[in-house]
Design a protein. Structure first.
Length: 256
């Protein structure tokens, strides 16, 4: 069923919690993060050999708005082709880069997974890509987001991101907020030891309260969670194609 996290800039993922997630979701690991220096969404995904592989990536991406995914395989191959994030559109072919992460199991009425393709793989390639490839701006349309929410059902959650810096969470109200860490998580069943490790869950209903959200959300260089009317819309402007930076020298401790 996987574990999906949204961590705004300035927040950390405690290593104890990240390792707890890895113990139950060790089939793949990925991060998508927005680099304000080159104004571009960056992504990385791996098949981890151990928790140290995950820890290194968390350290290198700490200083950015980011979405993070731990995979527990329910369908599709155990390979990078079925690891998250998935690229929905690419700038060269479609004029925009859009990536996606998913938590949940899509109903058979939507997709029928094949031996080597997961349900998310089908959702991206067979459904979302045809919808968005001729109009990437749909991603920022609230009606489209509501339709997508109804389509996948409230047992599924998505995070979509693009080169505008927006991180759009579909069905974010079905997740939870970690009170101290100020990050959104898709579920608690993927981290069974969270309470015993001392982590305090912040109720999902409260996350929609405007005052609460303002208090728990860093505002510097941050695009608000959906639903919101202030998301920056894609307007066809060319994005900077600066190469990916080298994050190997970033060092943190206890969490990242």
């Amino acid at each position: 069923m996987c574990w999906l996290v949204y961590a705004p800039k300035g927040t950390i993922i405690p290593f104890a919690l990240a390792e707890d997630a890895y113990k139950r979701n060790d089939d793949a690991f990925g991060v998508m993060f927005y680099d304000h220096g080159c104004k571009r969404l960056q992504t990385v995904k791996i098949i981890p050999k151990n928790f140290e592989d995950i820890k290194r990536i968390l350290k290198r991406t700490k200083g950015f708005n980011r979405a993070i995914h731990w995979r527990m395989r329910t369908s599709g191959g155990h390979d990078l082709a079925n690891a998250h994030p998935f690229q929905v559109l690419n700038k060269r072919e479609h004029g925009a880069n859009i990536w996606l992460m998913h938590n949940g199991i899509l109903p058979s009425s939507i997709v029928t997974p094949e031996k080597n393709r997961s349900d998310t793989n089908h959702l991206v390639g067979d459904i979302l890509k045809p919808m968005l490839q001729h109009n990437p701006a749909l991603l920022h349309n609230l009606e489209f987001q509501a339709m997508l929410s109804n389509y996948i059902g409230n047992n599924n959650r998505l995070i979509l991101a693009d080169d505008t810096g927006a991180f759009i969470i579909i069905n974010d109200e079905t997740g939870e907020w970690l009170k101290k860490e100020k990050v959104w998580i898709s579920n608690t069943y993927a981290i069974p030891n969270a309470y015993s490790l001392g982590f305090d869950l912040f109720g999902a209903d409260a996350s929609f309260d405007k005052k609460t959200r303002a208090a728990y959300t860093p505002r510097d260089n941050y695009t608000p969670l959906v639903p919101a009317s202030t998301l920056k819309r894609y307007n066809g402007t060319a994005f900077n194609n600066t190469p990916v930076r080298d994050y190997t020298n970033m060092v943190y401790s206890n969490g990242a």
